[in-house]
Write a protein that binds this ligand. Structure first.
Ligand code: ACD
Length: 137
């Protein structure tokens, strides 16, 4: 299935592995990590012309990423880091490289869309976290 088949659908977090370690490596404090570990966000991808919008909503934070493939954009992460990201579209995968101009770490986030899920693989240093979102009925 092409990425376009996933547009406008809602996916809810179903499984999360090593997310706490991932956040720790990025310097996220205990209280924010607890919130991050506790919530099950809902994600949705939309596209208008050549611009994508990826929204993640949760009871803790809402995140909206608006981007054009390959074009750097500014983003504030849920823990308040101001980073610069580039997202490229590689088949059904959104490949994000996130750099922190304020001396923080670089991280890579791949989101692969299939019929019934989004698999997120997030890497920083030698830590890889995996989060699986399932299509909502
Ligand atoms: C997701 C996870 C997105 C995580 C983004 C950045 C990770 C670094 C730090 C996270 C800080 C706090 C975590 C709080 C909430 C996580 C979910 C917020 C999304 C609405 O997209 O699965």
């Amino acid at each position: 299935m092409a990425l376009s088949g996933s547009l406008g659908k809602k996916y809810k977090l179903d499984k999360s592995e090593k997310f706490d370690e991932y956040m720790k490596a990025l310097g996220v404090g205990l209280v924010t990590r607890k919130m991050g570990n506790a919530v099950s966000p809902v994600a949705e991808l939309n596209k208008d012309g050549d611009e994508y919008t990826l929204t993640s909503t949760s009871t803790f934070k809402n995140v909206v990423l608006k981007f054009k493939p390959g074009v750097e954009f500014d983003q504030e992460t849920p823990d308040g880091r101001k980073v610069k990201s580039v997202i490229t579209v590689e088949g059904n995968t959104l490949h994000e490289v996130q750099k922190d101009p304020n001396g923080g770490k670089e991280t890579v986030i791949d989101r692969t869309f299939t019929d019934d899920e989004i698999k997120m693989v997030m890497t920083v240093d030698d830590i890889t976290a995996t989060r699986v979102y399932k299509l909502q009925a």
